[in-house]
Design a protein around this ligand. Structure first.
Ligand SMILES: NC(=O)c1ccc[n+]([C@@H]2O[C@H](COP(=O)([O-])OP(=O)(O)OC[C@H]3O[C@@H](n4cnc5c(N)ncnc54)[C@H](OP(=O)(O)O)[C@@H]3O)[C@@H](O)[C@H]2O)c1
Length: 295
């Protein structure tokens, strides 16, 4: 079920904060950084800027540590972070506040899942998908919001399947997403989506929704990006959603022949997170280094 943030404490993995000038350092955090596009994104961000400390978020401490070690870059550190756990989020935010008091320059909400029963309309498939793909970015962004520096960038890793889901929806359903100008309004739309999906014969499609929980969850983070972009305006904080393209990762294994490598997908996200031209844009949906729509 869609839930509100409720943050409690738990133990983080590690943070590489040895320098005496930690307040002056630039810092990025990538969720789901242990493998796939997130792992490559950590590599690219850290390699491109040795003055940037990149925190590799991973829900499993040992695997996160191994992934950071594998990169062999001095400016990468693992950070325990399960985006579906309020206690994990609060512990991670506390660690970052302590070890990097200057705050965060970049937050990439990359962690995501594609449920094997995506179009089933089953409550557990919808809830598990939204827990990671929608509530994860929402709660992670809110947990770290107080630590975002002026002009920080938040990138929510979305998918062009968000647009495909939108194409499956009736004009009325599209308008509901378009009209959502607050998290509360967005979540009221999502509650209706969930209820209609599980309410019986015909499910989501017969009610004008997309039957893809994945696509709908990614559409939701496009809208969330637009809503949070407004919140960030006064501090120059940009919030965008970006599609990496169809990439060869564990997520797509056995599902067709993705044309892009994880490195190529990560470079599209890195562009939105670091390019000076992208800094001027907020609240948009990006694909292949270009704004496709202001969701
Ligand atoms: N691959 C594509 O073609 C494609 C296309 C469009 C968009 N995307 C999006 O790109 C992002 C990365 O996808 P990918 O292809 O790299 O997928 P992937 O290889 O399956 O990796 C997913 C990552 O998310 C992490 N994750 C899952 N649940 C988490 C949780 N509760 N807390 C923290 N981390 C969690 C995983 O960590 P564990 O190792 O602990 O499971 C893993 O690091 C996703 O948001 C995906 O929707 C991918």
């Amino acid at each position: 079920m869609l839930r509100r943030s409720c943050l409690l404490m738990s133990a983080p993995i590690a943070a590489a904060a040895s320098s005496s000038s930690t307040a002056a350092r630039r810092v990025a955090l990538v969720t789901g950084g242990g493998r796939g596009i997130g792992f490559e994104l950590v590599r690219q961000l850290a390699s491109a800027d040795t003055k940037l400390t990149v925190l590799l978020g991973a829900r499993d401490p040992a695997r996160g540590h191994d992934s950071a070690q594998k990169l062999g870059l001095p400016n990468v550190a693992a950070l325990e972070l399960d985006v579906t756990s309020a206690s994990s989020l609060q512990a991670a935010a506390a660690t970052v506040a302590k070890d990097y008091p200057g705050g965060l320059d970049i937050l990439v909400n990359n962690a995501g899942i594609f449920h094997r029963e995506d179009r089933s309309g089953k409550p557990h498939a919808i809830d598990e998908t939204f827990a990671v793909n929608y509530e994860g970015p929402r709660d992670t962004t809110m947990a770290f919001w107080p630590q975002l520096k002026k002009n920080a960038r938040v990138v929510n890793v979305s998918s062009n399947l968000s647009l495909a889901a939108r194409n499956e929806m009736s004009a009325e359903r599209c308008k509901q997403f378009d009209d959502a100008d607050s998290i509360e309004k967005l979540e009221s739309v999502l509650q209706q989506y969930r209820a209609d999906c599980i309410s019986g014969p015909g499910g989501a499609k017969s009610q004008g929704w997309s039957s893809s929980a994945y696509g709908t969850s990614k559409l939701a983070i496009n809208v969330l990006s637009r809503v949070l972009a407004k919140k960030g305006e006064k501090d120059g904080i940009t919030v965008n959603a970006a599609c990496p393209g169809w990439c060869q990762t564990d997520m797509t294994a056995g599902r067709g022949a993705p044309p892009l490598t994880a490195e190529e997908g990560a470079s599209r996200i890195a562009f939105v997170a670091t390019d000076p031209a992208a800094q001027k844009v907020s609240g948009a949906f990006w694909e292949d280094r270009a704004v496709v729509t202001r969701e």
